[in-house]
Design a binder for this molecule. Structure first.
Ligand SMILES: Nc1nc2c(ncn2[C@@H]2O[C@H](COP(=O)(O)OP(=O)(O)OP(=O)(O)O)[C@@H](O)[C@H]2O)c(=O)[nH]1
Ligand SMILES: [Mg+2]
Ligand SMILES: [Zn+2]
Length: 341
């Protein structure tokens, strides 16, 4: 086993006791060394090894950026078990696409000059599903309304919001501190949000190409084309990603974490699986009626729930029939209940 050797170079890439245990308990570690995937291309992928040297291997298994692997000089022996993975519903194949693995933080970026809270809520749900902790990063605060950070914080109950600008340098140290002891973070957010610019600011040099935003609609131009794992000089690892248009949820697992306010009222609804769309005895719509809960927030929540449910039914025809049966039963019950009153 290689556990006594020096892992200095890999320490900067997030090597930890947890990885050491996964590695040394894997049979392949008897003959091959550990490495971390920094980039994946069509037919090859890059790993960094103990020596700190990056090398290219042919793709022989579905590796993703962030994976810890066991590899020989020119061959992938094994992918070590992932403890977190950020996944989206693949818009074409209907399968999951893993965007990054073994991450501790998901930095959900939202540009202050075209903030879209609904997109953030979707990305937060995706992030919670991954097993990593999401943090919202408001970018380009030099271009936006200065009340935006506070408005976001109050809408996104229970999620931290860091306000940044690479123009003024605001929030960059705060972000670096979140990453410092060797955590791995992945950047998520629309094209042109400033993810690569932020990456460069954290690294302290211009490593990632950045692109001007179109002036007509202020959208980005998809400057970054592939995911890239980079080491930060102050400690920590960052994965820069291209802005994605489609971010389909795989399940409803993360939605409750993003909407603890809605979930709080939902526990008082008459039906345990209330859809909060006009069902009798709905505590959530009652909270909207009294102004305790924003209608926009509920609309965003319901859209994500509906999408996750549709995804589940698509994947499972039995679930589809069960949903129809429940709905019929419930309307019958409700009629009976209302008559009794
Ligand atoms: N004013 C201002 N402009 C910024 C800031 N951060 C980034 N920009 C600009 O926003 C544009 C887009 O930045 P990128 O870093 O390329 O955006 P991205 O999120 O990486 O975009 P993709 O790679 O396409 O997903 C560039 O012209 C940056 O110079 C900021 O804090 N303030
Ligand atoms: Mg980029
Ligand atoms: Zn309800």
């Amino acid at each position: 086993m290689n556990t006594t050797s020096s892992f200095d170079a890999l320490t900067a890439y997030g090597w930890s006791d947890r990885v050491a245990v996964l590695y040394s308990s894997h049979p392949a570690s008897a003959t091959a060394g550990p490495g971390r995937v920094t980039r994946v291309e069509r037919s090859s992928f890059a790993i960094v090894e103990r020596s700190g040297v990056e090398q290219l291997l042919p793709v022989s298994a579905p590796v993703v950026v962030g994976d810890w692997v066991v590899a020989n000089a020119d061959r992938l022996e094994a992918i070590l078990e992932r403890w977190s993975s950020l996944e989206r519903q693949d818009p074409v194949g209907g399968k999951a696409q893993v965007l990054a693995s073994n991450i501790d933080l998901v930095l959900v970026t939202i540009p202050a000059d075209r903030p879209n809270a609904r997109r953030v809520e979707r990305e937060l749900a995706l992030a919670w599903e991954s097993g990593a902790r999401p943090v919202v990063v408001l970018t380009k605060t030099d271009l936006g309304d200065e009340r935006l950070a506070d408005e976001l914080s109050s809408r996104l109950v229970g999620t931290d919001v860091v306000a940044t600008s690479t123009e003024t340098g605001a929030g960059i140290d705060e972000l670096a501190a979140l990453l410092a002891p060797g955590r791995t973070a992945v950047l998520l957010g629309p094209s042109g949000a400033g993810k690569s610019t932020l990456t460069n600011a954290l690294i302290g040099e211009r490593r990632q190409r950045t692109g001007a935003v179109r002036t007509d609609d202020r959208r980005g131009r998809h400057t970054t084309s592939s995911r890239q794992l980079l080491v930060l000089p102050a400690g920590g690892v960052i994965i820069d990603t291209p802005g994605l248009r489609s971010l389909g949820l795989r399940s409803a697992a993360g939605i409750g974490e993003v909407f603890p306010d809605v979930d709080g009222y939902a526990s008082s609804c008459r039906f345990r699986d209330c859809g909060h769309g006009g069902e009798p005895g709905c505590a959530v719509t009652a909270a909207v009626a009294t102004g305790e809960l924003a209608a926009e927030r509920l609309a965003s929540y319901r859209k994500l729930i509906r999408e996750a449910a549709a995804e589940r039914r698509r994947a499972d025809p039995l679930a589809r029939r069960e949903a129809q049966r429940l709905w019929k039963q419930r309307t019958k019950d409700a009629r009976r209940h209302d008559k009794r009153r």
